[in-house]
Design a protein around this ligand. Structure first.
Ligand code: HGY
Ligand code: MN
Ligand code: MN
Length: 415
């Protein structure tokens, strides 16, 4: 029989072939590709002995019944960024599915149920707001986001309905948490630490906070050949100056990172001075107060640049998530599981955002990182090695059978 790590990697390859873009992995929320991936993973969940349902947002929820009243949730996301790697999100769902298949093959039922959640929108590729799937699951969904529009003018509300969900039910689709033991997420590190240390897995102690904004500069469109330079109100030059100031400000702030990943200029013709520019702004920092200070400083800077160039500026928040510490008790259990298979339980902070940050509002969370080559992610060269995947499956298998979890009390009470 094929080893479980090989099956996990083959499934990641299979899912990678399901995309909205030929030759690239691009799976935005509510797309045909997401529907196809949900169907395929639902089948694997059923074969693993799970009952499967979808919540009103389209998150996929598989349940492997146990003998007791409590439930441990394990999960990650199946949507992707544009031109993504094949392991971000997907690997985490496939690893925990492999752990359930191991239980099935042993004919074992745990003294608690295992719920596997595959979130339908973590990246925010289509609507710009991140962690949408887990915000519905954790009861933190903001209904105002239903009016967000994608590049084609389709609202989130319409996209939820087209995806077979119910936008009117999202705010009450919260997962009840009286029975929850906690939430565990397996995810590639998306950073170089484990690869440089030669470690297959690591234990996450905190997830950095993030601000996602849209910045707009409005000047005046005009003829590229006839408007003298000193008479221009060029929105793209204003934005360009601001983007470099963003880079300088983040370089000057220890532990901060700032990114402008999307930009559009209108009317968008080579012989027309851009009258309006809109771009994204992604700010991250392990400390919320530092991130907020940087955010406010940059908002002020945008205003200064705009007025110095006779332009107006807009500053719209798409979403913010605070930095989150993982639950100490559940994380200690995860460390024990890592050590029980003879591995070093290296602790590290996540610069990337994760569904676990959102689910921490609902239950204690713990995260296991899996080494990825050179830390490359959000890139087709994203890559993992089979040994690290095998280690992650082994660790999570041990984690599930720890007596502290099986004593079916919430970990925080028992240890
Ligand atoms: O952007 C992030 O941090 C995550 O990959 N969504
Ligand atoms: Mn990602
Ligand atoms: Mn991810």
């Amino acid at each position: 029989m094929k080893d479980r790590a090989s099956v996990v990697l083959e499934r990641c390859d299979r899912l990678a072939g399901i995309s909205e873009e030929r030759g690239a992995i691009t799976r935005p929320y509510g797309s045909r590709a997401m529907r196809e991936v949900n169907d395929l993973v639902s089948g694997w969940m059923r074969e693993a002995g799970m009952t499967v349902k979808r919540d009103p947002f389209g998150n996929l929820i598989g349940l492997y019944e146990g003998t007791g009243e409590k439930t441990l949730v394990l999960g990650s996301h199946l949507d992707t960024v544009r031109d993504a790697g094949r392991y971000d999100g997907t690997l985490g769902v496939m690893v925990v599915l492999a752990c359930v298949e191991e239980l099935r093959d042993r004919g074992e039922r745990l003294p608690y149920s295992v719920e596997v959640v595959a979130f339908a929108d973590e990246e925010g590729l289509r609507f710009g707001a991140t962690l949408l799937g887990s915000s519905v699951y954790a009861g933190a969904f903001d209904a105002a986001l239903l009016d967000l529009e994608d590049a084609g003018g389709v609202t989130l509300s319409r996209a939820v309905r087209d995806f077979g969900g119910d936008p009117d039910a999202l705010e009450r689709a919260t997962r009840a948490n009286e029975d929850l033991l906690g939430y565990g997420e397996v995810h590639i590190e998306q950073g170089p630490v484990l690869d440089e240390k030669g470690l297959p897995v690591g234990v996450v102690t905190a997830i950095g906070g993030q601000s996602r904004l849209v910045v707009r500069f409005t000047g005046e469109a005009g003829h590229a050949g006839t408007v003298p330079m000193e008479r221009r109100r060029d929105a793209l030059c204003a934005a360009a100056q601001f983007v470099l100031d963003v880079e300088n400000a983040a370089r000057a702030e220890p532990e901060a990172v700032a990114t402008v990943g999307e930009i559009s200029a209108r009317p968008g013709a080579s012989n027309v001075i851009p009258g309006e520019v809109e771009h994204s702004l992604d700010l991250r920092h392990p400390d919320d107060a530092s991130r907020e200070r940087l955010r406010d400083r940059l908002e002020q800077r945008a205003g200064e640049i705009a007025s110095s160039r006779g332009c107006a500026h807009g500053w719209r928040m798409r979403g913010e998530t605070p930095a989150v510490r993982t639950d100490p008790q559940l994380t200690a259990l995860l460390e024990r599981a890592v050590e029980s298979v003879g591995l070093d339980a290296h602790r590290l902070v996540s610069g990337a955002g994760h569904d676990a940050a959102q689910v921490s509002a609902l239950a204690p969370v713990a995260m296991l990182f899996v080494r990825c080559e050179k830390g490359i992610s959000h890139h087709p060269a994203e890559s993992v090695d089979k040994e690290s995947v095998s280690a992650a499956i082994q660790v999570m298998g041990r984690f599930l059978t720890l007596p502290e979890l099986s004593s079916s009390s919430t970990p925080g009470e028992s240890t």
